[in-house]
Design a protein around this ligand. Structure first.
Ligand SMILES: NC(=O)c1ccc[n+]([C@@H]2O[C@H](COP(=O)([O-])OP(=O)(O)OC[C@H]3O[C@@H](n4cnc5c(N)ncnc54)[C@H](O)[C@@H]3O)[C@@H](O)[C@H]2O)c1
Length: 360
């Protein structure tokens, strides 16, 4: 395999520019070779900025660029599954933005198609790479927290009506889902990454301030198989501004709280046994972020490069199977909310497989 991997991008919207930036930062190991968007102006703008050819049809792009090693799917969530399943036949590695898709069955079909064609499949969850989250994860893996007691994740962000009116997909059941599937996807991933398999969930959701068909607010209690408890709080109806994107980890031997607006500031780092590195962690790992996207795309894509080059998935990288776990849990939250907060077990095949709708 060449020293530099060739990347192509499908979908040149807002998040694409985080990916373009990451590829520039990783230019020793990666290069952008083509871009695609059904909106020709957006494809043309990216093409001009990065001096690469553009296409309006991803199938043509794949056919004309056999040199592509990795193709990034950065399009509205409801289109992830059909495009990824179709792309698999080209046999390339595929990166898809979070959330992986909106239905468990779609995610299963994506994994199956990629397995059938020998494609790597990776899902972007860049908050895992935030420095305080990485520090917490390393301490967690070394057993420093001891027996897990409770973890809380909170998303208290502000989105106004204009956010939902800027395109035709945000805030729709068909293509996006609400705050639980869109914004809080990251935080649900963090909760499950740290706390492990889930036994049951009880969730409530509401649409309080926005004129959208999906929820702008959700809250859940989660019981993990370990017996530990999770508390999940997600809203885009915080006013007037983004207030918090946080995670706290409480164990028998220590506590960590990572706050800020994007799980970027270490607020508490306390263990019954202080270790040499602790003071350095307290003073060094917080990150200043320009917006809620944070700085994680570059290390996330660096891990994709490692996985493609070595065939070994780095521990923080989310592959298709792990992305699917997130959608199983998300679906359980939606099913519980649709049933008025009833207890739902995500291991069991969902009756309500469509977000927010009981489909008995
Ligand atoms: N990791 C993060 O923090 C983060 C942040 C924002 C968005 N996202 C995710 O990224 C994805 C895209 O979000 P966005 O905010 O960039 O959306 P966007 O609407 O700004 O951009 C999506 C682009 O995809 C294009 N597109 C749609 N169908 C296409 C097709 N078949 N072929 C080629 N192009 C197509 C659209 O024309 C549009 O330009 C979503 O899944 C979203 O959840 C992740």
């Amino acid at each position: 395999m060449a020293d530099r991997l060739n990347f192509a991008v499908i979908g040149c919207g807002r998040v694409a520019y985080k990916h373009f930036g990451a590829l520039e930062a990783l230019s020793d190991e990666a290069r952008l070779v083509a871009v695609c968007d059904i909106d020709r102006q957006k494809a043309g703008a990216a093409s001009k900025k990065y001096n690469v050819p553009w296409h309006a049809d991803y199938r043509m792009m794949m056919a004309e660029h056999p040199e592509i090693d990795v193709v990034m799917v950065l399009i509205p969530t409801g289109y992830h599954a059909p495009v990824v399943i179709d792309l698999a036949r080209f046999g390339k590695n595929i990166v898809v933005e979070k959330p992986m898709a909106l239905r468990v069955s779609d995610c299963e079909a994506m994994v199956q198609a990629c397995n059938n064609h020998g494609c790597g499949l990776y899902v972007i969850y860049q908050n895992r790479y935030n420095h305080p989250v990485q520090a917490a994860r390393a301490a967690w893996d070394r057993g420093r927290f001891g027996k897990p007691v409770m973890s809380t994740v909170r998303v208290r962000w502000a989105r106004y009506q204009n956010y939902y009116e800027q395109d035709n997909w945000h805030g729709t059941w068909a293509l996006d889902g609400g705050v639980m599937s869109q914004q809080a996807s990251h935080h649900l991933d963090l909760l499950q990454w740290f706390m492990g398999p889930v036994e049951s969930v009880q969730c409530l959701s509401a649409t309080r301030l926005l004129d959208i068909e999906v929820e702008d607010t959700g809250a859940a209690l989660i019981k993990f198989e370990s017996g530990a408890i999770g508390i999940y709080e997600a809203t885009v109806a915080t006013r007037p501004d983004n207030l918090e994107g946080s995670m706290s980890l409480l164990g028998e031997k220590g506590t960590a709280v990572v706050g800020g607006i994007a799980v970027n500031e270490l607020l508490t780092w306390k263990f019954d046994q202080e270790e040499g590195e602790d003071e350095l962690i307290r003073t060094n790992v917080s990150q200043v972020v320009p917006n809620v996207y944070g700085h994680g795309h570059t290390p996330n894509i660096a891990d994709v490069i490692t996985a493609v080059k070595t065939g070994i998935k780095p521990p923080s990288l989310v592959d298709g199977e792990e992305g699917l776990k997130n959608i199983r849990l998300l679906t359980a939250l939606y099913e519980s909310a649709a049933r008025g907060g009833e207890k739902v077990c995500p291991g069991v095949e969902m009756k309500a497989c469509r977000l927010g709708e009981i489909v008995n």
